[in-house]
Design a protein around this ligand. Structure first.
Ligand SMILES: Nc1ncnc2c1ncn2[C@@H]1O[C@H](COP(=O)(O)OP(=O)(O)O)[C@@H](O)[C@H]1O
Ligand SMILES: [Mg+2]
Length: 329
């Protein structure tokens, strides 16, 4: 079932087309990612879907409700965690959650139970009564996620959930996000400019660049569409006959040799490895190691946008765009 449907959604700021006619849907239960460099239009998209910002044109439905006209119903079915922290530092973790529960008219025993549940989910139960100002960055982010889950939303929006966290904490966050998707069956739509994050977490990923959606599929399919795998073999025996055979093999697209290794480009490499090893034995090539490299999501991003995701980051072009936008505001 489609839990989010987006059709031709646009948002302009003056002459800037921050979001420029994007269409996609999100299936119930999915972790769906919007991946793109800074300034691509990810936050603007999330803000429209969460009814914080009105679209310039286009339509979208979230949990069956129109974002233009049914704002209240949309909001009661979603949880949001934005990039900028919005916790009260002078309250404890538990108090922050209780405050949020009250906003959603959850009180008394029901409130206590829900607060307990979400604290447990993000493993903050033992820190519940500590003031938030004494939390680490990772704990704060987890508490924000817990807060977004209090009213048991069908859809949780996470805007750059791991920005500013150290790599180790980021890894932990990924596990929490996966866990709540699996345990609570919450549909998650997240934005990120970390390729590995989208690759690891998302069932499907949409690439966004300059307000436009340039590609959308599962990380695996995106990579597959780009081309094959590279199988790298280290040989310690006789390689001539083996090589000859490989050169004549139809499913081997290219062969290259470099310092003791033979690299084969093939489609669906993981399925070819057993056959290759058997041939190696047959020709006494003595394969001493095998490795398989998939084209990375970064390669895919470069293919669709002609640049690495980081190239755009902090470039003078971005700075100029920001200056221009500020003027148009
Ligand atoms: N309120 C606003 N007024 C003017 N320009 C804005 C506003 N919000 C965002 N923008 C511009 O829209 C573009 C997309 O921004 P944003 O959606 O925040 O990108 P992302 O989240 O992908 O980094 C950027 O160029 C940004 O400067
Ligand atoms: Mg953003």
């Amino acid at each position: 079932m489609k839990i989010i449907e987006v059709r031709n959604l646009s948002r302009h700021f003056g002459t800037l087309k921050a979001v420029d006619g994007i269409s996609f849907h999100v299936n119930e239960g999915e972790i769906f990612g919007l991946l793109g460099p800074n300034g691509a239009g990810k936050t603007t998209t999330i803000k429209m879907l969460t009814t914080i910002l009105r679209p310039t044109s286009g339509e979208a439905k979230v949990a069956g409700f129109d974002i233009k006209g049914n704002e209240r119903d949309v909001r009661s079915n979603i949880g949001i965690v934005f990039q900028d922290p919005s916790l009260d530092d002078e309250l404890t973790g538990r108090e922050n959650l209780e405050f949020h529960a009250i906003l959603y008219r959850i009180r008394g025993e029901q409130m206590e139970k829900k607060v307990r549940d979400v604290l447990k989910l993000v493993e903050l139960d033992d820190k519940a009564d500590v003031l938030v100002k004494n939390y680490s960055g990772g704990m704060k982010r987890r508490l924000e996620i817990a807060r977004g889950l209090i009213h048991e939303p069908k859809v949780l929006f996470l805007d750059e959930p791991t920005i500013g966290l150290d790599p180790q904490t980021r890894r932990h966050m990924w596990d929490y996000i996966k866990k709540l998707n699996q345990e609570k069956k919450t549909t998650i739509i997240l934005t990120t400019h970390y390729i590995e994050e989208a690759d690891y977490l998302c069932d499907r990923v949409a690439f966004i660049d300059h307000g436009k959606l340039v590609a959308l599929d599962t990380p695996d399919m995106l990579k597959k569409k780009l081309g094959g795998d590279i199988i790298s073999l280290q040989l310690s025996g006789q390689s001539e006959k083996f090589e000859k055979h490989m050169k004549k093999t139809k499913w081997v697209k290219t062969i290259s040799k470099h310092d003791g290794f033979i690299d084969l480009t093939v489609e669906e490499g993981e399925k070819r490895i057993p056959g290759i090893i058997m041939l190696g034995e047959k020709y006494k090539a003595s394969i001493s190691s095998v490795s398989l490299h998939k084209p990375s999501l970064e390669d895919v991003f470069i293919f669709y946008t002609g640049k690495t995701i980081r190239e755009e980051e902090g470039s003078w072009k971005d700075t100029m765009r920001a200056v221009r936008n500020a003027r148009n505001r």
